[in-house]
Write a protein that binds this ligand. Structure first.
Ligand SMILES: Cc1cc2nc3c(=O)[nH]c(=O)nc-3n(C[C@H](O)[C@H](O)[C@H](O)COP(=O)(O)O)c2cc1C
Ligand SMILES: [Fe+2]
Ligand SMILES: [Fe+2]
Length: 398
């Protein structure tokens, strides 16, 4: 337990040993599941809960501040189980509490706890809750990073509870940013967290920052990582978010031909696709990448940044090859709809690689400019011409 300001306490749990989060994210510095108790003159609120595995120490931390039965409200800024997993067990220790959350959150939390009997109050944007000398103001912040996300502002104490927003997987034992022993590592963690969690939600991040701009505060209380204070990391973290969410300004559109090829057959097609894009008459920068020759993270970033792309894969073992799937697994599903794309590749006899990739792109709602182009073993002159035409069609779609 740590006192943050008069009547505000951090009661969450540290998980310094964590190295993987949400299956796909590596976390070199562990994390924390921060949860805050706010004691007004009349009422007490708990803001965000905790991961289920840490319920016992979490309850202990709450007990150090107050009798759990004296908690009147639980605010769920976001309902992902790292912040709500301990809720069901916690409720058994509490008296009558009302949960304050967004409309979307109210649905998720019923399905996360599998309880229909929860007392839930759905908050509207700008609504307030008076605890007695402390007012909680709820601010809608959708897609930061789930549809359910809200911020909670406490004007009397000039603090904002932002849950994942401005958070980092960084277990800071001394709670405050000014105590951090390794600020550079924290900045790395902040960046990794932004990329993994908020990267796809650029516009929502900008909207969230605008909402924060309208508030007067000197502390951000996130639910992962250190508390951010004025003149230490608060301004830095906000400035970083502004920079990372700023739209990339390009002089020209960017098209990328991704491919990989065991015997050079898919590569021959890839070369023609590239020429086709170049000759489409559009002002476009074209990049040509053998996926396995570059770090996968770089390839994924390029895929998410480009304006159009083509993917070339041979068929091996009745499918596209693993590096192609690895690339597609990193595709930002939020911003994929309507992006022009094309699929091509060589095969021997059954040829599932191209249609499988095309099906995946269709499920992401990308705009395939043509049916996939397949060539049997070594592409003929006609196949090469078709590949060039495919590139031209992709260029024309820009
Ligand atoms: C290990 C291996 C497995 C293969 N499996 C299939 C297959 O299941 N279906 C198919 O149509 N072709 C299959 N092929 C044939 C390749 O798709 C074909 O050789 C193609 O031309 C390779 O293109 P690339 O030179 O671009 O790698 C296989 C080839 C290899 C080497
Ligand atoms: Fe989350
Ligand atoms: Fe989280």
């Amino acid at each position: 337990m740590k006192r943050i300001k008069e009547g505000i306490y951090e009661v969450g749990a540290l998980n310094p040993a964590m190295r993987v989060f949400d299956i796909v994210m590596t976390t070199d510095y562990g994390t924390s599941y921060n949860s805050y108790l706010v004691k007004g003159q009349e009422k007490t609120a708990l803001i965000d809960v905790c991961h289920r595995s840490f319920f016992e120490p979490y309850l202990q931390n709450i007990r150090e501040v107050c009798d759990p039965k004296s908690i009147n409200y639980i605010v769920l800024n976001h309902n992902e189980p790292d912040h709500t997993g301990a809720l069901a067990e916690l409720l058994a220790e509490l008296g009558d509490v009302t949960i304050y959350t967004s409309q979307a959150g109210s649905i998720y939390i019923k399905n996360i706890t599998n309880r229909q009997d929860l007392s839930i109050h759905v908050v509207k944007d700008g609504e307030t809750l008076d605890l007695g000398g402390k007012t909680l103001k709820f601010i809608s912040a959708p897609f930061l990073h789930w549809p359910d996300s809200i911020f909670t502002y406490l004007p009397e104490d000039k603090v904002v509870f932002t849950c994942d927003f401005l958070g980092a997987h960084y277990a800071e034992p001394y709670t405050f940013d000014y105590n951090m022993a390794y600020p550079e590592k924290y900045e790395k963690a902040l960046h990794n967290y932004y990329d993994a969690i908020f990267g796809p939600f650029q516009k929502y991040v900008q909207a969230g920052l605008q909402k924060l701009d309208a508030l007067d505060f000197d502390m951000v209380l996130p639910s992962h990582g250190p508390v951010l204070t004025t003149d230490t990391m608060l301004e830095t973290a906000i400035a970083r978010y502004r920079g990372w969410s700023a739209p990339v300004q390009r002089e020209e559109k960017l098209a990328v031909v991704f491919y990989t090829s065991a015997y050079g057959n898919t590569k021959r097609l890839a070369v023609e696709v590239m020429h086709g894009i170049r000759e489409s008459g559009k002002k476009v920068e074209v990049r040509f990448c053998d996926i396995i020759e570059h770090p996968m993270e770089e390839m994924r970033q390029l895929l998410n940044e480009c304006d159009a792309f083509a993917i070339g894969t041979p068929t091996i073992n009745r499918d596209a090859v693993p590096p192609v799937w690895e690339l597609l697994a990193g595709m930002d599903a939020v911003n994929s709809p309507k992006r022009p794309c094309a699929v091509f590749g060589s095969f021997g006899w059954s040829g599932e690689g191209c249609p499988n990739v095309a099906a995946r792109l269709q499920s992401l709602k990308c705009a395939l400019v043509e049916e996939p182009l397949r060539a049997t073993f070594v592409p003929t002159q006609e196949d090469l011409e078709k590949a060039k035409a495919l590139g031209a069609a992709l260029g024309a779609a820009l």
